[in-house]
Design a protein around this ligand. Structure first.
Ligand code: PLP
Length: 233
């Protein structure tokens, strides 16, 4: 077995094991975060049955999507910050955007989504630690933002995404995820007619804690593709 095949298998087993322990088998999706990694690795992961891939940089990802257009059933998720002057290629090339951090971006993506494509699935990024350096809506802003976003035609609100500040202990890791989950519950009550089924949270270092708190998509890069070398990016 290739190392990617082994890593995908091990990661899937880990997800199933944690999810199973909380009685939530089969509802946690593995998003393979392939930023900075070559298309050959993505192709190899696809051959192992992986379908969902996450990218962070607009130009890099648009080039890769074009090169890999022969891979049937592949689903592309944008998970990085979006400058408003770079939103169009995201609207035209992706299936999902997890990193909606302000209303302006949601409005632009909605306007720029081509009419012949299904609405772009989006998650609101929540700045759960209220860190001034981090992007995203604060917990207090989410409900008002969602109210405007559900009225947009070119995007479909699916849930929330968070990147908590790194922390070591398992209980410490669970705390911000629990807060996101609580916010998601409020969102669902407020908008019962929306298909709010997505909690995008958990990376290589904290996926166990995230799944325990209800993650439905975990975004995993390092565990699948190895450490990233930014000097070459
Ligand atoms: C890079 C990235 C990941 C993957 O992180 P790993 O620690 O490599 O698993 C997940 N989410 C976001 C938003 C990222 O930018």
């Amino acid at each position: 077995m290739s190392s990617i095949e082994t890593r995908i298998r091990t990661t899937r087993e880990h997800i199933l094991e944690v999810a199973g322990k909380c009685g939530r088998s089969n509802e946690v999706k593995l998003l393979a975060v392939s930023k900075t990694k070559p298309v050959e690795m993505i192709r190899e992961a696809w051959e192992c049955g992986q379908r969902d891939f996450g990218e962070n940089y607009v130009q890099e990802s648009v080039d890769k999507i074009a090169e890999l257009s022969d891979l049937e059933g592949i689903v592309w998720h944008f998970i990085g910050p979006i400058q408003s002057n770079k939103s169009r290629p995201v609207a035209e090339n992706f299936d999902w955007v997890h990193s909606i951090d302000r209303l302006k971006i949601a409005r632009r993506l909605s306007e720029q989504r081509p009419n012949n494509m299904t609405p772009l699935n989006i998650c609101l990024q929540v700045n759960i630690d209220n860190e001034s350096t981090k992007s995203g809506f604060t917990a207090n802003e989410v409900l008002a933002a969602a109210k405007e976003i559900v009225a947009l035609k070119g995007v479909k609100l699916r849930g929330l995404m968070a990147i908590p500040a790194p922390s070591e202990g398992h209980e410490q890791q669970r705390r911000p995820f629990k807060a996101i989950r609580a916010l998601m519950d409020r969102l669902k009550i407020q908008f019962p007619e929306q298909q709010l089924d997505t909690l995008s949270m958990g990376t290589t270092g904290d996926m166990g804690a995230a799944i325990e708190e209800g993650a439905t998509i975990v975004r995993i890069g390092t565990a699948l593709f190895g450490a990233r070398d930014y000097s070459k990016a």
